[in-house]
Design a protein around this ligand. Structure first.
Ligand code: F6P
Length: 343
């Protein structure tokens, strides 16, 4: 078989080990895997390699962050001409199947192409951990590890200077990264997109922690919802997602805390640092297993599926189901953990 692979959306640690697993398993079956560069844009513009990937091309990817295939946030279904180009190029390159590695957007395109008669298989990735039908996505554990390291460092300064420090983390509209970073970092308060923002309750929590130990740490998800400001304009990407980086959530929360409590407060943002660097061992193993399983799906002609982890098992689910609803934090799940933030 002639198989194309691409990575779309935001990069995250684990993509490279997943590519490696997929290629290694496909080579075992005797298939050729061709790199499609820059996500779906690669199929719009015809950016593919002339030669198939070899073991040597992928072997050293196990510890490398980012994606060796390069990425873009391209949505060919927004533009009929782009979609036509994608379909033409799949035929022109003679691709029997496509392995699409991405989050809800990239996999959403894979799902639509499958419905349009093309053979696609999805591999879930996103540091946000917000894809349905899978317990975890690779990139998440690595991002949380970066944040925990950041919290450990920030608490040294917070303790030394008797300050409150707010760390803003990514996660878009799901608070998984914030919640896990806050738990593992031993933060005193966490702000999630799933829980309505309550400035008074937050300040009470901060004051309580501060009274006890003379510093406090708050982890805030970039997706926290504040009451809408007059004239606030959102910028959208090709998939219609709001760009959250210019909302300055961390600085805004720090300002509110300082004003309401009188405590000296600073903020920090880990931003794209969360998306770079070597994947954790957990993400390397998860990504390798998912890549292998996706190659198996292609070999068996099990198309329109996304590979996933449920418990400790690697399973498959229709891509359509995975991209249908965002996996956010159930409020009951958060409530079982609030004891950690209320001392
Ligand atoms: O979806 C992954 C993610 O890292 C989000 O957490 C964040 O909001 C967004 O991507 C940032 O995107 P960009 O790299 O385009 O700024």
């Amino acid at each position: 078989m002639k198989i194309g692979i691409l990575t779309g959306g935001g990069d995250c640690p684990g993509l490279n080990p997943a590519i490696r697993g997929f290629v290694m398993k496909s080579l075992d079956y005797g298939h050729d895997v061709y790199a499609i560069r820059e996500g779906w844009r690669g199929l719009v513009k015809g950016i593919t390699d002339d030669n198939p990937l070899t073991v040597n091309d992928v072997d050293e990817l196990i510890y490398r962050g980012g994606t060796a295939l390069r990425s873009s946030r391209t949505n060919p279904y927004k533009d009929p001409a782009q979609l036509e180009a994608v379909k033409e190029n799949i035929k022109k390159f003679g691709l029997d199947a496509i392995g699409a590695f991405g989050g809800e957007d990239t996999l959403g395109v894979a799902s639509k192409l499958f419905k349009d008669g093309f053979n696609t298989v999805g591999v879930p990735k996103t540091m946000d951990n917000d894809l349905s039908e899978t317990d975890y996505t690779f990139g998440f554990d690595s991002a949380v590890s970066v944040n925990v390291d950041a919290v450990d460092r920030l608490r040294d300064t917070a303790r030394s200077h008797m300050r409150v420090i707010v760390l803003e983390v990514m996660g878009r509209h799901a608070g998984w990264v914030a919640l896990y970073s806050a738990i593992a970092g031993g933060a005193d308060a966490v702000l999630l997109p799933e829980i309505p923002f309550d400035a008074d309750a937050l300040c009470e929590q901060v004051k309580r922690a501060y009274a006890r130990k003379k510093f406090a740490i708050v982890v805030a998800s970039e997706g926290v919802e504040f009451p809408k400001q007059e004239g606030e304009v959102a910028t959208l990407d090709a998939f219609g997602h709001v760009n959250l980086s210019n909302r300055d959530v961390g600085a805004t929360v720090a300002g509110i805390i300082e004003e309401k409590t009188g405590l000296e407060t600073r903020s920090a943002v880990t931003g794209h640092i969360q998306r770079g660097g070597a994947p954790t061992a957990f993400d390397r193993v998860l990504a390798s297993r998912l890549g292998i399983r996706a190659a198996q799906c292609v070999h068996e002609g099990d198309y329109g599926k996304m590979v996933a982890i449920k418990g400790t098992e690697i399973v498959t689910a229709p891509i359509e189901l995975a991209v249908g609803t965002l996996k956010t934090i159930p409020v009951e799940f958060y409530e079982t953990l609030t004891t950690l933030f209320n001392k």
